[in-house]
Design a binder for this molecule. Sequence first.
Ligand code: SAM
Length: 291
Amino acid sequence: MGKLSDIGTIKQILARHGFSFSKALGQNFLINPTISPKMAELCGAEQENTGVLEIGPGIGVLTCELAKRAPKVVAVELDKRLIPILSETLADFNNAKIINDDIMKVDLKKLLKAEFSGMNVVVCANLPYYITSPVLMRLLEEKLGLAAITVMVQKEVAQRLCAGAESRKTGSISLAVNYYAEPELLFGVKKGSFMPQPKVDSAVVKLNVRKSPPCKVLSEELFFKVIKMAFLQRRKTVINALSGGNAIAMPKTELMEIFERLGILQTKRAENLSIKQFAYLSNELHLRGLE
Ligand code: SAM
């Protein structure tokens, strides 16, 4: 077998196995040989006693680079047609294991305990775009003790993830990610680096998981609900977004009084509120009996 990062070799493997890409599974495979070594280096795979969880290995281009550097790599791939291909492309690595399953259904705590007991664990993946946010939220919310999550995502999503609070690019995902991790935009990747070529460029983001949150939150459930409601109607002021419809069961006048007490301007929109201000607000709502 030729070098796996070589486009000719990739095409040959896919043709030999009669493989056709599934759009539904977000299958855009890396064909630019410089990207996976860079991702593997920057994700922390080379750090001592570190195991890597990969999501969606495809034909194993990134998996090979990870297995060259880390003592153990476990990759979860949903498409069973890729399993025989992976056994071929990863034949030289006895430290790489493939699990044929859906990353949204796998019991992650159990998997990490079984595969990486006593090790630091990082995630490294070229994510299928259709589950980017739910996968990231799962990895963060389940408090799996991961050290970092390095992912290739669509460029626009990367900008959102790294926007922090108080910017036009900020969305509810930015605040949620910032609560659990410190995001870092590593590098951009042109759409021509994939086969088939997607419509938009991508970027690699590293989420350095925090040991503790940046602000005290009494009810995480309510905190995230308030953020979500505020961003659902981002053009409105937060007070109007929260008091309109059935967003939260609290009259506008009471919300205005809370904003005044917290020293937050009543004209602020979601994108103008800091993560701390969302925490103060949701804590106050929690103390007043909201769930
Ligand atoms: N890592 C490969 C690369 O960089 O060339 C492939 C990346 S491709 C963007 C996404 C991969 O995720 C595909 O192999 C696809 O089959 C797999 N995938 C899609 N949905 C998945 C899911 N729910 N669980 C696990 N893998 C999934």
